[in-house]
Design a protein around this ligand. Structure first.
Ligand code: GRF
Length: 196
């Protein structure tokens, strides 16, 4: 089954999924082919990581389009080009920092997932770690969820919990959460692929 991963930056979650799909140990391997990694920014660091892993890459730069509809149409065409059936089994958002249109979301209904660095439904949106610290949360974490037209909503597929420690900075908490993201995201992708 083909999956396409969308990134905007570092792409460490993307790299974790690629590693899982390329494992030599077949019993632990993610049974999927990462058909392409697509970024909306030409300078996304993860593009180089993907190329080094032998994955096809593409850039669909949002700055080149007049509105969200035009950008999403171009993005959709680029994604679907990488699957012989014209639509990959799964489209995986991994640090992809664009809000998607309802038409795009509907096209991939049930096949579009995201990872968000909070225990949803708490803290949708940005600056999740600082907000969790400011609220006095004792735990934080990450959520893998189906993507719907509403930002950071949609059915929850997996979560990981980490402690918020006394004196934590947003960066320290983010690093603790990110380690868990790299574990739960490949696993959630594998579980969902078995169902569709
Ligand atoms: C992750 O924390 C993810 O949850 C959030 O953005 C960050 C992306 O990191 N959506 P990376 O690009 O996967 O390294």
């Amino acid at each position: 089954k083909n999956i396409v991963i969308l990134i905007s930056g570092t792409g460490s979650n993307m790299a974790a999924i690629v590693r899982a799909a390329q494992r030599q140990d077949w019993a632990r391997r993610l049974d999927a082919r990462v058909a392409a990694v697509i970024a909306n920014r030409p300078d996304a660091k993860g593009l180089q990581t993907a190329r080094e892993a032998g994955i096809a890459t593409a850039v669909v730069d949002h700055k080149g389009y007049a509105d969200r509809e035009a950008f999403d149409a171009a993005l959709q065409a680029e994604i679907d080009r990488h699957d012989p059936d014209g639509r990959p089994a799964l489209v995986v958002l991994a640090g992809f920092m664009r809000i998607l249109t309802p038409g795009f979301v509907a096209h991939y209904a049930g096949r579009l997932i995201n990872i968000h660095p909070s225990l949803l439904p708490a803290f949708p949106g940005l600056h999740t770690h600082q907000r969790a610290i400011d609220e006095g949360c004792r735990v934080a974490g990450a959520t893998v969820h189906q993507v719907t037209a509403e930002l950071d909503h949609g059915h929850i597929l997996a979560q990981a919990v980490v402690p918020v420690l006394p004196g934590d900075t947003a960066d320290a908490l983010a690093a603790r959460v990110l380690t868990q993201e790299h574990l739960i995201y490949p696993r959630a992708v594998a579980e969902l692929l078995q169902k569709i």
